[in-house]
Design a protein. Structure first.
Length: 132
C-alpha cells in the first residue's frame, strides 16, 4: 500500500472471504458484515479495514476483488480440490475430499479470478470509489 501511495498508483488487491466467517447459508456480498471466526479471518478483516480507511482518507485509490477457495493451473496442493479431487475424478479414481462433500461450497477457477480483475478495476474507476 505504501508503494502505491508514494507514486499515486491505484492498488488492485485480490483478497479472500475469510473475514466473513462461516457462510451459514447466506451469500458473501460486499454488504455483509465481517464475522471472522479464525485468527486468519481476523487478520484479513483488519487488512481490509486498513485498505478501506486509506481509500476513504484519499491516501490511495483501492480496488478489491474477493474469491473463495481456488483451483486451477499450478494451484497444486495449495487448493482444497486441485490435486486431491480433480485429477483422481478425471481418472475415474477415488478423490480425497476435505470436509462434508454434500455441503454446498464455492470454488473459484484461477484464470477466472485473474480475468475478473481488470474489469473490476475499470468499474471502480467509473464509480469513483472503492469496489469490492
Amino acid at each position: 500500500m505504501a508503494a502505491a501511495q508514494s507514486v499515486g498508483a491505484r492498488l488492485v488487491v485480490m483478497d479472500n472471504v475469510y473475514m466473513y466467517g462461516r457462510a451459514q447459508g447466506r451469500p458473501f456480498t460486499e454488504e455483509r458484515d465481517y464475522d471472522a471466526h479464525t485468527r486468519k479471518g481476523h487478520v484479513r478483516a483488519a487488512m481490509a479495514r486498513d485498505l478501506m480507511a486509506a481509500h476513504a482518507a484519499g491516501r490511495v485509490q483501492v480496488t478489491v476483488g474477493r474469491a473463495s477457495d481456488f483451483f486451477g493451473p499450478r494451484a497444486g496442493a495449495q487448493s482444497l480440490i486441485g490435486d486431491r479431487v480433480i485429477p483422481p475424478a478425471l481418472a475415474d479414481k477415488t478423490a480425497l475430499v476435505m470436509g462434508d462433500p454434500d455441503m454446498p461450497h464455492t470454488y473459484s477457477f484461477i484464470p477466472d479470478i485473474g480475468a475478473s480483475e481488470p474489469p473490476l478495476d475499470a468499474r471502480s474507476r467509473l464509480m469513483g470509489g472503492f469496489v469490492v
